[in-house]
Design a protein around this ligand. Structure first.
Ligand SMILES: [Zn+2]
Length: 309
């Protein structure tokens, strides 16, 4: 299975257009030992034919153009992108769907709750179904297994298992709508298993780590994990206001309740942080936070990384 990291930053990207924090300022000046990053986007492929996107970032159009394996291969309009698996309804995970509206046939895998939010409450997404042979929506439970398939029906050699990671829907979803939805549908983790039985765990947003999650992750060969914030009060300290990491649904990297500590016992998987917010000090490769992460056996994802399982 081939895994491409097309984008590795949290919402807003790095640097973020309206942010002049130390990281963003020094990044623009070229004096930070760190690469700019687009918003988190991952694509996977097993059969060298169909690629599947894990979510659809707001930067998707430029990410596809920067990635030759995702370019059309035949005359006229076509794409090797066979489908998109949505793990939440967050704007950063779904906005890129609107850049895929040019009458291309592909699948969208998501929970029934996310489909209802997009299809019934947000009419922009009707552009994905202007003609009969366009997007095919496939409901996946919040806890189950399925095989990724390109259209027309063709197995792509990747088995996915999904599980609920949280019960909070995005802020743009109305209170009335939330009351009608299954809460466990709000946020999924994904484990994609290759035809050779290798497991890739993808968890770009993790509100809490419990024992059952640790058991799942110990089975993985590769882990891409929520690296949004270094500390719980990071945004408040940098911006002077805002929410804590926990309030935003992200376990921080550092601290007694942070992911470095909580996941320290994982032996098997290669561990990589993704979805890194522009304020996170571990983006600075000359800083102590980056050194701490590397010493703990973790890597910090960059755009355009290619991984193989
Ligand atoms: Zn910033």
């Amino acid at each position: 299975m081939r895994i491409k990291i097309l984008g590795s930053a949290a919402g807003g990207g790095f640097p973020q257009w309206n942010c002049n924090c130390r990281n963003c300022r020094f990044s623009r000046e070229g004096s930070l030992r760190s690469k700019p990053r687009t918003q988190t986007q991952v694509a996977i492929c097993q059969d060298n034919r169909a690629w599947f996107l894990l979510n659809a970032s707001p930067d998707l159009r430029t990410q596809i153009e920067a990635t030759p394996v995702l370019h059309p291969r035949n005359h006229g309009r076509n794409s090797p992108i066979g489908g998109v698996l949505l793990t939440s309804g967050d704007i950063d995970q779904v906005a890129g769907l609107l850049s895929l509206r040019e009458l291309q046939r592909f699948r969208i895998y998501c929970t029934l709750s996310i489909r209802r939010i997009l299809q019934e409450d947000n009419s922009l997404f009707a552009m994905l179904n202007r003609v009969p042979d366009q997007v095919s929506w496939t409901d996946i439970g919040c806890d189950g297994n399925f095989c990724l398939q390109a259209l027309p029906e063709r197995g792509a050699g990747i088995n996915c298992s999904v599980f609920s990671l949280g019960n909070r829907f995005p802020a743009y979803v109305s209170r009335e709508r939330v009351a009608s939805l299954k809460q466990e549908d709000a946020l999924l983790g994904v484990i994609a298993t290759s035809s050779a039985g290798k497991r890739f765990a993808y968890l770009a947003a993790v509100p809490v780590v419990d024992d059952s999650l640790l058991e799942r992750l110990e089975e993985a060969d590769l882990l891409l994990f929520d690296g949004t914030f270094w500390s719980d009060d990071e945004l408040i300290r940098v911006q002077g206001s805002g929410s804590t990491a926990q309030e935003m649904g992200h376990i921080p990297v550092s601290g007694p309740e942070g992911s470095l500590r909580k996941l320290a016992g994982l032996q098997k998987p290669r561990k990589i942080f993704v979805h890194v917010n522009n304020t996170n000090p571990m983006l600075d490769e000359s800083g102590p936070e980056y050194a701490e992460v590397r010493a703990a056996g973790w890597e910090v994802a960059e755009d355009d990384w290619s991984l193989e399982l």
